[in-house]
Each structure stands twice: as structure tokens, then as C-alpha cells.
Design a protein around this ligand. Structure first.
Ligand SMILES: Cc1cc2nc3c(=O)[nH]c(=O)nc-3n(C[C@H](O)[C@H](O)[C@H](O)COP(=O)(O)OP(=O)(O)OC[C@H]3O[C@@H](n4cnc5c(N)ncnc54)[C@H](O)[C@@H]3O)c2cc1C
Length: 605
């Protein structure tokens, strides 16, 4: 446990009230920015993290990523509002509260979006945030350690060495793979999917091998803390306060001439509060839900929301909490026969295999227990998913009234609606592209369950403080599948994977659909049955977009220089800034955003 590293610094930090940079949130982006900004020994930074430092074995061993999540490392009692299109059910919202943030509790998938995902951001007016501007930062932060040649050869594992650098975050693919994975690759290939050399080089469409945030040299999880904080924790100019919550941004001035001066923080153990000041910049890295909460608590957000909570409005802005996105998903279930052994079930069903896996892990830190949730993904573009209807679906987007199917915060907000219009144009282009995915299938060596993740939803949700308890858990409305196009795309994605599972390459497994059942074929029947079964979820734990980086007249909160419009010395660097959610699991993007953000902030001098 890095307490030795963290606590003394924390105590030291108690003595100081002013730093060049104060960073709220010691998660993925917060720790990267803290590391890079303190490379200059003359610049000081303080990181404020609500959670503690955790070194639980289940977080470290990759296999632990497949087990039930340790909820003590999450923000307690975050529950979504009833979801109108999902039978008004509510969901537990998973957001990390621990040094290292999401990287400590996540599923360890490391997959980047395709070039088109980031190019869409640039087309919305964010200069330098297209693939050409992001790729150097993806590389800078990572080091890929290849699997043994024998494994690579046997399973045709390919990678693009040019897609990685010599960075702090170690990535790897387990030396152990289950034999049937080859048949699933063959089926996607047979279905016409692109077989990328490495989906992480901008070609995240088709079926590909992907790394985990796993260090093959130790057989353990790589995360933001052991990659970006521990190696530099002895820097005297970097302090971290653990178990400390930021509760209010302190401003100078009023209206359009606000300057962020610092932030009030509460030590959770002693329940005492004080204010820490930032000479150069206050950097928000609290994640897509908690950054919104902090800003609204500080009087920055939609006027109606702030007034309902009795908070004095410092800066009215409809965009704080709007544009909320995540990846909704569903599962299909199949009966399966004739699986090879070992297979993904063997660790739980075959005691001898389990024992040998543990013996291997203990001796060498290799083997089946270095697999997290898998190394294979199929990311499929809409023209392949729905060759007959993709053009019509794109046209539906083009024709949709800009104010249709949106949360009430959008009503009458010209800027937010202009942003919706611009985003829909970008999404319509992606729907027609054969180089950008609309769906993910994280396939494994067993087709008995397949996740279908909607990567480019049109629906938008809303996050806000709870007027009845502003300091408590925020109100979180995913609003999943409220835009009917999302339902059509999800249903098409269900039909597509059925067609792959029915291919000759998988015939020997005699896959028979049990859920929702092959008799549900039309869009309506598929979605209705899945809602009834409760098998559609509104979130893959990828909350984003809630303080979008967009031009101000498109409802953006921060510019492409990450500064909040109308406020001096206040920037946001976390997943709130993503204008459109990329087609990937978010962490790789957040690692790159952290690296890029640090350079942008440094360049201000
Ligand atoms: C359960 C789960 C599974 C996931 N699986 C994957 C996966 O397999 N692959 C993938 O690519 N991505 C995955 N993700 C997503 C990924 O981890 C996140 O997108 C990423 O961590 C976001 O980075 P961030 O810097 O925006 O926020 P975070 O990493 O969440 O960091 C925010 C930090 O700020 C702290 N904080 C918040 N509010 C305050 C406050 N007021 N005061 C002080 N501190 C505060 C939090 O405690 C937290 O440590 C998963 C996430 C979760 C939760």
C-alpha cells in the first residue's frame, strides 16, 4: 500500500494553502496532469482525492476484474433516476472513489476509438482534438509489452508497434488464451468484418486483439496510481490529500468576469474544512458526474437547477450537466455445446485447471489469471450491421427536429440545441462510415453470452445536484434509448450478432438463442422483450460529456484549451469534456486526454 508515500505528503500538504495548481480528483486524468505539471520542479501542485489508497489483491490480479466489484471503492448511494424507456427502473451508478479513480476498479480493457471518433470532435470546432492531434498522446502515455511469440503465433495475435511509445502505462495481452477464440475470429472474418492489425492504431473497426491495462512483467493491473503517481511521489513539489472532498470552488468577481481562486475542502476523517488556493489554475478532474456536482454547488450551472437548490448563481450555464452520455448495452444468451477444454468456464468448473492456474500465477505471474475481461473486441460499423437500412437511419437523423427527444434542460436553450444539431450531423456521417463503429461485441472463447454495446447513442441524459440534498448524491438521468433511432440501431445490432453466431465457422458449438429468443425479430419485438426481461442496461460505467468541450455557441462549457468559458484560471480535464462519446471503453481516451491536457496547461506558462 502506498500509504508510506501518500501520508507524509498529505501531512506536509496540510501546512500549505497555496499551490501553482490545485487539481480536484486523483483519478486517471488528475494523476496524469499532476505528474506532468510537476516535472518542472519550480511548479507546485496539490491533488485532492476523496478516496483513500487501496491495494486490495482482487484489484491487482487481472482475473479479479471479472469478479464482483468492491463497492467500498465507489461513491456510495449513487443511483440513477427512473429510466423512462427501461420500465422506469433505476440503476446503481458505478463511479470510483479511490486514488487512481476508475483505473483501479475498471475492467482493464484498453481499446482506443477509431480515427473517425476523434475527427468528429475536431469537426465540431475543437482544434487539435482529431486523431492527428490525439494519436501522439495515446502513444506518449503507453508502453506495449508483447505476449510471448508462441502465444502470438498460435492465436494470430497481431499488434502495431508504432501505436505505442515508452510511456508510464504498461499494456499487455495475457500469454494464455482459450483455444476456441480462433473460431470466433473466423466467424467475424467470414461475416466480412475488417481484421485490423491493431485496433489501437486508428482502425477500431472490425475484429481485433486489444491489450489490457496489465503489466506482463508483474502480471498485475497497471493503473493511474502505479503508472503516474508512485514513480514521482517523492517530488517535493507534488502533494496529495486523501480522503478529502472538494465542496466549493471559490471565485473572485461576478458574472462574466469570474476568476477561480481555489477550492474549499473537507477532511473526511476529522470533518474539518479549509480553503486551498491555486495561483495559476484550478483543474477539475473529478469525473463526469462529480465535476458537475462541484460546479453546480459552486453556483455554476443552469439557473433553474441552482435556484431550485437554493444556490446563489455565480454563472448561469445550461451546459453544466447536459449532454450526458454513456454506452447502453444488452446481452444475448445462448445454449452452447462442444466447447474445447479449457474454456472460460474451466476456472470455476475444473478444480485441477483452477489449481494449476494459481500455481502458475504464484510462481511466474503468468497464465489464465492474467486475463482480465478478455483481449478481443468486434467493433462494427453500421453499413455492415444494417446494410439495408443504414442510409435510412442516417436520413432519420438528418430529418429529426433538433429539439426532439431531449431532457427538459434543452427546452428553449438555443445554444444547447445548436450543439445537438451539430452533433447529429457528425453522427449521421458516422452512421454512413465503414471506418467507425456503432456497436461493440466483446467476444470471448465462449459464445454463450454476448454483450451488445451501443457505441454512438443519440439519446442525451442530464446530471444535476439534488435540490433536496445538494451535497448528497447527484441526480443522474441516463435517458437511455429515448431517441427511437437508438432502439432501431440496438435491434439491428442484435440481428447482426445472431447472423454471426449462425455462421458455419461456429456450427460445431450448436449455439441456440435462449435470451431474448430467436422469435423476436422486429425492432419493436426485440426491444420490448429485452426491456421486459430487464436485459438492457443504460450504462457501461462510461459517464461522459457533461461539461462538453465545444464552441460556446454550441452550448460548450470549455474551449479546446480546456478553460471554462467566462471564468479565468478554471479548467476541466476529465470525462466531462468529451463532446461525443467515442466508440471504445473510455480509459484509453482519458489517459490520452490527461497527457494532452497537461501539455495545454503547461503551454500557458
Ligand atoms: C466499474 C467501472 C468499470 C470500467 N471499465 C472500463 C474498462 O474496462 N475499460 C475502460 O477503458 N474504461 C472502463 N471504465 C471507465 C474508466 O475507468 C473511466 O472512464 C476513467 O477512469 C475516467 O477518468 P476520469 O479522470 O474522468 O475520472 P475518474 O478516473 O473516475 O477519477 C475521478 C476522481 O475524482 C475523485 N473525486 C470526485 N469528486 C471529488 C471531490 N469532490 N473531491 C475530491 N475528489 C473527488 C474521485 O474519487 C475519483 O478518484 C470503467 C469505469 C468503472 C467505474
Amino acid at each position: 500500500v502506498p500509504n508510506g508515500a501518500v501520508n507524509p505528503r498529505g501531512e506536509q500538504a496540510q501546512a500549505s494553502n497555496t499551490y501553482d495548481y490545485v487539481i480536484v480528483g486523483g483519478g486517471v486524468t488528475g494523476l496524469i496532469v499532476a505528474n506532468r505539471l510537476t516535472e518542472d520542479s519550480k511548479k507546485s501542485a496539490l491533488v485532492i482525492e476523496a478516496g483513500g489508497a487501496d491495494d486490495n489483491f482482487n484489484q491487482r490480479i487481472p482475473y479479479g476484474a471479472t469478479l464482483a466489484l468492491n463497492t467500498s471503492l465507489l461513491w456510495a448511494d449513487y443511483v440513477s433516476d427512473p429510466e423512462p424507456e427501461l420500465a422506469n427502473k433505476t440503476w446503481n451508478v458505478r463511479v470510483a472513489e479511490v486514488l487512481g479513480g476508475g483505473s483501479i476498479v475498471n475492467g482493464m480493457m484498453y481499446d482506443r476509438g477509431s480515427a473517425a471518433d476523434y475527427d468528429a470532435w475536431e469537426q465540431l470546432g475543437n482544434n487539435g482534438w482529431g486523431w492527428a492531434g490525439m494519436y501522439p498522446y495515446f502513444k506518449k502515455g503507453t508502453k506495449f509489452i508483447p505476449p510471448p511469440q508462441k502465444t502470438a503465433k498460435e492465436f494470430n495475435i497481431t499488434w502495431d508497434p508504432k501505436a505505442y511509445g515508452n510511456g508510464p502505462l504498461k499494456l499487455g495481452i495475457s500469454d494464455f488464451q482459450y483455444p476456441d477464440i480462433k473460431d470466433y475470429f473466423a466467424a467475424f472474418k467470414g461475416a466480412g468484418a475488417h481484421m485490423a492489425l491493431d485496433g489501437n492504431n486508428g482502425e477500431a473497426y472490425g475484429a481485433s486483439w486489444y491489450a489490457n491495462t496489465m503489466n506482463p512483467e508483474t502480471g498485475e493491473r497497471s493503473q493511474a496510481r502505479n503508472s503516474y503517481y508512485e514513480p514521482v511521489s517523492s517530488r517535493p513539489n507534488l502533494h496529495v490529500l486523501l480522503k478529502t472532498v472538494a465542496t466549493e470552488v471559490i471565485f473572485n468577481g461576478t458574472g462574466k468576469s469570474l476568476t477561480a481562486r481555489g477550492v474549499t475542502v473537507t477532511d473526511k476523517l476529522s470533518n474539518t474544512s479549509r480553503t486551498v488556493y491555486a495561483k495559476k489554475e484550478l483543474v477539475l478532474a473529478a469525473g463526469a458526474l462529480n465535476t458537475v456536482k462541484l460546479l453546480q454547488l459552486s453556483g455554476v450551472g443552469p439557473k433553474s437547477t441552482l435556484e431550485a437548490a437554493g444556490i446563489v448563481v455565480k454563472l448561469a450555464h445550461d451546459g453544466v450537466g447536459a449532454n450526458f452520455q454513456d454506452h447502453p448495452y444488452t446481452f444475448l444468451g445462448f445454449n452452447i455445446s462442444n466447447m474445447s477444454t479449457p474454456n472460460p468456464l474451466s476456472l470455476t468448473t475444473d478444480p485441477a485447471f483452477n489449481a494449476s492456474a494459481w500455481a502458475q500465477y504464484t510462481a511466474n505471474h503468468t497464465g489464465p489469471l492474467t486475463q482480465a475481461r478478455g483481449n478481443t473486441l468486434a467493433m462494427i460499423p453500421l453499413p455492415e450491421v444494417a446494410p439495408q437500412s443504414y442510409k435510412a437511419l442516417a436520413q432519420q437523423i438528418d430529418k429529426m427536429s433538433p429539439d426532439a427527444y431531449l431532457p427538459s434542460i434543452y427546452t428553449g436553450s438555443k445554444k444547447l440545441l445548436a450543439g445537438v444539431k451539430a452533433q447529429r450531423k457528425a453522427l449521421s456521417t458516422i452512421f454512413k462510415s465503414d471506418k467507425a463503429a456503432v456497436v461493440e461485441y466483446p467476444f470471448s472463447a465462449s459464445g454463450s453470452m454476448i454483450l451488445v454495446g451501443l457505441e454512438k447513442p443519440l439519446s442525451r441524459g442530464y446530471v444535476s445536484i439534488n435540490p433536496a440534498n445538494p451535497q448528497g448524491p447527484p441526480k443522474i438521468l441516463y435517458n437511455a434509448l429515448t431517441n427511437p433511432i437508438d432502439k432501431s440501431v440496438m435491434a439491428a445490432c442484435v440481428r447482426y450478432i445472431r447472423s454471426v453466431w449462425a455462421r458455419p465457422e461456429l456450427k460445431k458449438f450448436e449455439l441456440v438463442e435462449t435470451s431474448p429468443g430467436a422469435q423476436y425479430v422486429s425492432d419493436e419485438d426485440i426491444i420490448e422483450k429485452m426491456v421486459e426481461l430487464g436485459s438492457i442496461w443504460p450504462t457501461l460505467a462510461h459517464p461522459s460529456g457533461t461539461c462538453a468541450m465545444l464552441p460556446e455557441d454550441l452550448g460548450g462549457c470549455v474551449s479546446d484549451k480546456l478553460l471554462f468559458y467566462g471564468v479565468e484560471k478554471l479548467s476541466i480535464v476529465d470525462a466531462s469534456i468529451l463532446p461525443i462519446i467515442p466508440s471504445q471503453h473510455l480509459q484509453s481516451t482519458m489517459y490520452a486526454v490527461g497527457e494532452k491536457a497537461a501539455d495545454i496547461i503547461k503551454s500557458r506558462g
